[in-house]
Design a protein around this ligand. Structure first.
Ligand code: PLP
Length: 405
């Protein structure tokens, strides 16, 4: 069996037509788009062509698209840029507890600079209740930023409803749609959002390129200073190969989304149904339906996520878990904790994110090996025996000496 890639939420393989366009730009069309000679004019032309394609993917105007170095920069520009430009109105920002760190750490930074941030809680599925936003928002709120689809559990938020509440209160609404754009249909006009972040490498585009959609008329300041690039909002010579690659990826995505979504939904359902049926002590994390088509997130009790990943890797399967190894310590996912999971359950989580090239055969192979790995890991777990129904309550488990009763 070939190696299997179930980690498309982390990044995707660059589409071949994207890669070809990037190489062509590097080798043939290498002018600086700010130069007035033909090399420069040619580069400018392809940038504007890519802007149109990215705009078309999310139903924006080309003039509402600003290229950035990726999702993280788009998030930073949206949050800091809107905060800086609207300080006279107020210093209050609202976000959610399950955002990506590109949002959370930016908000924490702004708190140190005198802004007040409200972190909305989520329910057990990872959903923000619009009522909590209605209660938190006030006339000093300048910005609400709620992600469209969660990167860990795939939960899709009721963005249209949330954006309408922000609008009613006179606050701007930004959504981090890095996991959504290119993978499900996204229409900024239909959603009614003022700003939206997207990233190329999450939908078969190059890494290090993304964009921020900013509705015409939104007050925003630059956060990086230099030349007058990107209509004075994002200084720095444009990443022309990346931008062109993003444009091609947007075009491919727009064409493929309907078919891709249908296929991934089927594979996802097969995985979820089979695992829940055949393995005990396992739960699905995230909403059963309101989730990204390729996302499966499960918690296996009595299993350590990292060990699970290593064992899957030995079988050639690439996945990810709900714990991030930061500076040597294993922190359970803030997303899973915010959804009410215990530290233990969060530690036993596994995220599979399927992509367009995954096949049913790969899913079947995964379903064959996963019970074997889980059984092996549980056999090594000192706690598993205690919960196993084969041990009667009157018997004392030699691992916990009855402490687990
Ligand atoms: N926001 C979300 C929801 C993400 O999943 C990611 C990447 O994992 C980012 C932002 C950051 O995007 P980038 O890797 O392009 O900086």
């Amino acid at each position: 069996m070939e190696r299997i890639y179930f980690d498309h939420g982390a990044t995707t393989k660059t589409d071949e037509t994207v890669a070809k366009a990037v190489i062509e730009m590097m080798l043939e069309n290498y002018g600086n788009p700010s130069s007035i000679h033909s090399f420069g004019r040619n580069a400018r032309k392809v940038i504007e062509g890519a802007r149109e394609k990215v705009a078309a993917l999310i139903n924006a105007l080309p003039a509402e698209i600003y290229f950035t170095s990726g999702g993280t920069e788009a998030d930073n520009l949206a949050i800091k840029g809107i905060a800086l430009a609207n300080q006279k109105k107020g210093h209050h920002i609202i976000t959610s507890a399950v955002e990506h760190h590109a949002i959370l750490h930016t908000c924490e930074y702004l708190e140190k600079k005198g802004f007040t941030v409200t972190y909305l809680p989520v329910d057990k599925y990872g959903l923000v209740d619009p009522e909590t936003l209605r209660q938190a928002i006030n006339n000093k709120t300048i910005l609400v930023s709620i992600m469209m689809a969660n990167n860990e559990v795939g939960t899709i938020q009721p963005i249209k409803e949330l954006a309408a509440i922000a609008k009613e209160a006179g606050a701007y609404f930004h959504t981090d749609a890095v996991q959504a754009v290119g993978n499900i249909g996204v229409d900024v006009k239909e959603l009614g959002v003022d700003a939206l972040s997207l990233s190329g490498h999450k939908f078969y585009g190059p890494k290090g390129i993304g964009a921020l959609y900013i509705r015409k008329g939104v007050k925003i300041s630059p956060i990086q200073h230099g030349g007058g690039h990107e209509r004075k909002l994002r200084a720095g010579t444009e990443n022309v190969p990346g931008i062109v690659g993003l444009g091609v990826a947007a075009e491919v995505a727009q064409r493929d989304i309907p078919v891709k979504v249908e296929r991934l939904l089927q594979l996802r359902q097969k995985l979820i149904t089979s695992i829940l049926k055949n393995i005990d002590h396992v739960q699905l994390n995230g909403h059963p339906e309101k989730r990204l088509p390729g996302n499966v997130n499960l918690s296996f009790e009595f299993v350590e996520g990292e060990s699970l990943l290593l064992n899957l890797d030995l079988k050639g399967i690439a996945a990810s878990s709900g714990s991030a190894c930061t500076s040597g310590s294993l922190d359970p996912s803030h997303v899973l904790l915010a959804m009410g999971l215990s530290h233990e359950t969060a530690h036993g989580s596994l995220r599979l994110t399927l992509g367009r090239a995954n096949t049913e055969q790969e899913v079947d192979y995964f379903l064959e090996v996963i019970p074997i790995i889980i059984n092996r890991l549980r056999a090594m777990s000192p706690l598993y025996g205690c919960s196993n129904q084969s041990i009667r309550r009157s018997e004392v488990c030699e691992n916990c000496h009855g402490d687990n009763e």
